[in-house]
Design a protein around this ligand. Structure first.
Ligand code: CA
Length: 225
């Protein structure tokens, strides 16, 4: 999952970024309102964390404008004061949830997981493809009764992305969009490297290979042969 964090206070932005990266999100940061519109056009963000008090254009206006432009990703607003009027204004502007500063980073990540679940087909924390089950809360995967050795952060994000789009072929660019942030170097072989390491953990020794290469198009995870 890829998140855009919109926050102008550098320390707060760094704290959020670190917390989200530890929770296996690909994170980009922007420190003002107007630039948000460029960023959402250039990458497929799964979630946005949006501070209300921002230079340029405030968060409420940014939120309203994103919705007017038909961006439907979940938006979590950060408000400085626990004022009912702020929270109501945020929700009315099209935000899906809000958090009052100061907050515990664990609460932010838990709320983002809840928002992601709301978007997906499953309301549980589990994603399933065939006998492969990935728990998005514990980050652990199993195939049938066999638990899979712990996934690295990037392996986890890649597997989660494939599973959220199961049975669909994802092109390299689509995978990059959801798994890496703007620091990704185009032309690198990182995707191939991570697909290969995921296969070792998920499919090695299994009769039925779930991670499939669709020649010339990309990758897919599917229980179908
Ligand atoms: Ca701010």
């Amino acid at each position: 999952m890829r998140v855009l964090v919109v926050e102008d206070e550098p320390r707060m932005a760094a704290l959020i970024r670190q917390g989200l990266e530890e929770d296996d999100y690909a994170v980009d940061e922007v420190d003002n309102g107007p630039e948000v519109f460029d960023w959402v056009e250039s990458a497929a963000y799964d979630l946005i964390v949006l501070d209300i008090m921002l230079p340029g254009i405030d968060g409420l206006t940014v939120c309203r404008e994103l919705r007017a432009r038909h961006h439907t990703m979940p938006i979590l607003m950060l408000t400085a004061r626990d004022a009912i009027s702020d929270r109501v204004a945020g929700l009315d502007a099209g935000a899906d949830d809000y958090l009052v500063k100061p907050f515990a980073i664990e609460e932010l990540t838990a709320r983002l997981r809840a928002l992601a679940r709301r978007e997906g087909p499953s309301k549980t924390t589990q994603l399933q493809v065939g006998d492969l089950v990935l728990d998005t809360a514990t980050k652990r995967a199993r195939r049938g009764d066999r638990s899979i050795e712990p996934l690295t952060s990037k392996e986890y994000i890649l597997l989660e992305t494939l599973m959220r789009h199961s049975n669909q072929v994802l092109a390299r660019d689509q995978i990059i969009d959801h798994v890496w942030n703007m620091e990704f170097e185009s032309g690198s072989k990182l995707i191939e490297v991570y697909i290969s390491s995921l296969r070792k953990k998920i499919d090695a020794g299994q009769d039925h290979k779930l991670i499939q290469t669709v020649r010339g198009l990309g990758y897919r995870i599917s229980a179908d042969e």
